[in-house]
Design a protein around this ligand. Structure first.
Ligand code: NDP
Length: 457
């Protein structure tokens, strides 16, 4: 398997892919190692993860450079991602003890009731390339702390990052058979679906997530899916800080080249402030620096996958055919690497794919609305349900809108934000299950209910 640098299209290295047989062997090793790992006292497991947390800091420059080289994320954003991953791990280190220890829920003379949280066993973590540290850490850290063995399949586009993660986990004292990297593309993921694994934790597209859900359903094991989004941002007419809102919206739409599950993917603006907002928005977009992701002040590097350039161009073409106006961008940049111009479309509507299908790139549509009711109807007009943002002067107005939107996350005056303290979950085609927060610690265990009655003397 060739690992390609999306900024230059050159081959970084070639790796041997796992095949069905080697994956079966890794599964068998993980299965054999898991009972011993679950017997390591919880505090010791937490200490090993704490070592890993430390190593992520010591090695952060090398790790950031690896990610930038294979995925094209600007170096400053790779560094930010590592910082974010460390803060998520810190949350798990601090709170896992509290949520995993056994709980006595009832005790009276002669009868006790307690819950013991047992690990699931061997789990598969099939992951995406856009934030490999963040979305990986959401799964394999609480899974390991809870006493599971993990078969980790990074995306083929971030395999080197996945291998570095494993290296550091081993250095931190996690047994090699307890955490294993499965190297390969879709076929390697598919092979994992055919093993008798005890839980599937997937981050990726709706299409692959649906396939995984359907495939493993007969086995009745936990299957969590963190999938795509078409996340809306709404600016009602009471907003007095349009320049700041435009800055935040540009960052939400274009950070990581728009390749975030919770990126702002469509914007609705009240007609009374629409022109002013669009002007501010365009001023911000004109300042985005596009270039080599290794250069210090670049905000937009290449997209990670070549095929996405076609998707983006088709969305622009479709919108223009149906009457949209292009304010800037609209095409790939004619040079080596998978570069696409930051693109802004106005006069858009929901007959256009750019307003209904996940773009996952540096492209955004801005639509005018007449009131909150129309904004709510449009925000709701989607198969996805990950996040929604409202930039309003009052919390009350924002909550009135947000309470009507069927998403797992709601933002007032912020967007494209994830907190380890809060549950991260999608609704509808954005997925099922929860990571992060105490719910994301409990996602990797199964409760056993003990009814304990003393013999009558
Ligand atoms: P994909 O669905 O293409 O791939 C995700 C993972 O599944 C990859 O490791 C992929 O391997 C693997 N895979 C592909 N085919 C199969 C199969 N048949 N069986 C098992 N595994 C398979 O998604 P992307 O990697 O392109 O990620 C982008 C998507 O992820 C976007 O939709 C984004 O919104 C979503 N996402 C959601 C997040 C959330 O928290 N809700 C967070 C981050 C991203 P390979 O890539 O090697 O082919």
């Amino acid at each position: 398997m060739n690992i390609i640098n999306p900024a230059t299209e050159s081959i970084i290295t070639s790796l041997e892919e796992d095949n069905k047989q080697s994956i079966a062997e890794k599964y068998a090793q993980a299965r054999r190692s898991q009972p011993a790992w679950s017997q390591v006292p919880l505090q010791e497991r937490i200490e090993k993860i704490s070592q890993f947390h430390q190593l992520l800091e010591t090695e952060s420059e090398m790790l950031a450079a690896t990610l930038t080289r294979e995925m094209g994320k600007p170096l400053s954003q790779s560094r930010n991602e590592l910082k974010g991953a460390r803060s998520r791990i810190a949350f798990f280190l601090e709170h896992s003890g509290q949520w995993l220890r056994e709980e006595w829920v009832w005790q009276e003379e002669g009868l006790g009731e307690k819950i013991v949280y047992e690990p699931l066993g061997v789990i598969a973590n099939i992951s995406a390339w856009n934030y490999p540290y963040l979305v990986g850490v959401n799964v394999f850290i609480p899974a390991l702390i809870a006493g599971n063995a993990v078969l980790y399949k990074p995306s083929e586009h971030t395999t080197l990052t996945g291998m570095k993660i494993a290296e550091l986990l081993y250095r931190a004292g996690i047994p090699q058979h307890t955490f294993q990297v499965v190297v390969g593309a879709g076929a390697a993921g598919q092979a994992l679906l055919e093993m008798p694994i005890d839980g599937y934790f997937f981050t990726g597209s709706y299409a692959t997530g649906k396939h995984i859900y359907e495939t493993v359903a007969p086995r009745m094991v936990p299957c969590q899916l963190e999938l795509g989004g078409k996340d809306p941002l709404y600016v009602p007419n009471d907003n007095a800080n349009l320049r700041q809102v435009a800055q935040a919206a540009v960052e939400g739409a274009f950070y990581n080249n728009g390749q975030s599950c919770c990126a702002v993917e469509r914007i609705y603006v009240h007609e009374q402030i629409y022109d002013a907002f669009v002007n501010h928005f365009m001023e911000e977009v004109q300042q985005l620096k596009v270039g080599s992701p290794e250069a210090a002040d670049v905000f937009i590097g290449p997209v990670a996958r070549k095929e996405q350039l076609n998707v983006l161009e088709q969305q622009v073409e479709d919108a223009l055919d149906k009457g949209a106006k292009l304010l800037t961008g609209g095409r790939r940049i004619a040079q080596a690497g998978y570069y696409f111009q930051p693109t802004v479309l106005v006069d858009v509507n929901h007959r256009m794919r750019v307003m209904t299908e996940e773009s996952f790139g540096p492209i955004i549509g801005i639509q005018k609305v007449t009131d909150d009711e129309e904004a709510v109807a449009l925000m709701q007009d989607t198969d996805y349900g990950l996040t929604a943002a409202v930039y309003a002067d009052t919390q009350e107005r924002a909550e009135q809108v947000l309470s009507k939107i069927n998403t797992g996350t709601a933002y007032w005056n912020c967007c494209d934000r994830v907190s380890a303290r809060l549950p991260w979950s999608g609704r509808k085609h954005s997925g099922i299950g929860t990571t992060l927060s105490y719910l994301g610690i409990r996602a990797f265990v199964k409760p056993k209910a003990y009814h304990l009655r003393k013999p009558v003397s």
